[in-house]
Write a protein that binds this ligand. Structure first.
Ligand code: PLP
Ligand code: COI
Length: 340
């Protein structure tokens, strides 16, 4: 039985589901995974996460398919990326099998929160690991907690599939040899001020350029870029300081192998942006959100796809990807993992 929730009017926000999964790391090992109804955490006042932002996270979704199953999309890649993120912040990694077991436990326990097929909503899953033990000298925490929570969500950007307007930021998101390629809370903390500024000026998001030269496109605060050339090629920026988006990596495969489009992952000079026919932001939360305009310090770059609807190629990518996730389109082997 699904919960009595108005699925269609959900935004992207936190609500506490009934259960969460927790494991604690102490004396060099993770404890057995446990389901709990307690939505508060109890940690040292000097915890590594509170003092030195020692926390990494993931984001993935569970989908109700057309034939009533509950599935997740390439969660093995989220497990791998959480491991990469953890290692970079000197946090003990959670093994892939443990991550997948926690995911199964969490989604099964909160099955009633998985939105119905066709409702436009999905179950967002947020796994994270943080330093819970005390540190005062700059050092990794002695103890950690791995927690996986979930909540039903609607579109990340208000208006759903309507094109958004973004601005070119004057702030940098990630340094060339910094932490832009992992999912660390600190990357998001330092984007908050720039994000609030963009919102106050009426923009949905920031486009960040490369910190070293400010001449190449990187990504936004929470999604990678996809561009479509006038002759239908799919182009995505290549950079060591952006998050290796699972949605973007999947879409490049969908574009090439399913839709037969030409694809290019390469540095994208900001100067080239006005030449593209379509632009979109892709990520778990964003899915593919079309960008209609980019404001560069008062100068507008308007994509020919306009402000009314997604451009035709982005729409094809969107339909195919969401079709695979919802079970109406056959995806490459191993992409869909059923929760049983
Ligand atoms: N870039 C950033 C900065 C993100 O936070 C996210 C969200 O996870 C993405 C890109 C998209 O990644 P994914 O497609 O794996 O969700
Ligand atoms: C996701 O897409 O899962 C993210 O983590 C992006 C976040 C900014 C909501």
């Amino acid at each position: 039985m699904a919960k009595d929730i108005d699925w269609g009017s959900l935004g992207f926000q936190y609500t506490a589901a009934d259960y969460r999964v927790v494991s604690k790391y102490k004396d060099g090992k993770w404890s057995d995974l446990e389901l709990t109804t307690d939505s508060t955490v109890h940690i040292s006042e000097c915890a590594g996460v509170l003092q030195y932002a020692q926390t990494v996270f993931e984001g993935l979704k569970a989908y109700r398919t057309a034939d009533g199953k509950i599935v997740t999309f390439r969660p093995d890649l989220n497990a791998q990326r959480l491991k990469d993120s953890a290692e970079r912040l000197a946090i003990p990694a959670v093994p892939e099998e443990m991550f997948l077991e926690a995911l199964d436990m969490l989604v099964k326990a909160n099955e009633e929160y998985v939105p119905p097929y066709g409702s436009g909503a999905t179950l967002y899953v947020r796994p994270y690991i943080y330093g819970s033990g005390p540190v005062i000298g700059v050092a990794p925490a002695p103890e950690y907690e791995f927690r996986m929570i979930c909540m039903p969500v609607g579109p990340y950007f208000k208006g759903g599939a309507k094109p958004i307007v973004i601005k070119v930021s004057d702030y940098d998101r990630a340094a060339p040899h910094g932490t832009g390629n992992i999912k660390a809370g600190l990357n998001y903390a330092m984007s908050l001020f720039a994000g609030e500024q963009a919102h106050a000026e009426g923009f949905s998001e920031n486009m960040y350029l490369d910190a070293a030269t400010r001449t190449y496109v990187e990504e936004t605060g929470g999604a990678n870029f996809l561009f479509i050339t006038k002759d239908g090629k799919v182009v995505t920026p290549k950079s060591n300081s952006i998050l290796p988006s699972i949605t973007r990596r999947s879409l490049m495969i969908v574009a090439k192998d399913i839709l037969g489009l030409e694809t290019e992952e390469r540095p994208v000079p900001f100067e080239e942006v006005p030449e593209f026919a379509e632009c979109g932001l892709c990520g778990t939360a964003a899915v593919i959100s079309p960008v209609g305009k980019i404001n560069d310090h008062g100068k507008e770059i308007c994509f020919p796809s306009g402000m009314e609807e997604m451009g035709p190629t982005i729409k094809k990518l969107y339909d195919t990807l969401t079709g695979i996730q919802m079970g109406t389109v056959e995806g490459p082997e191993g992409w869909i993992r059923e929760i049983k």
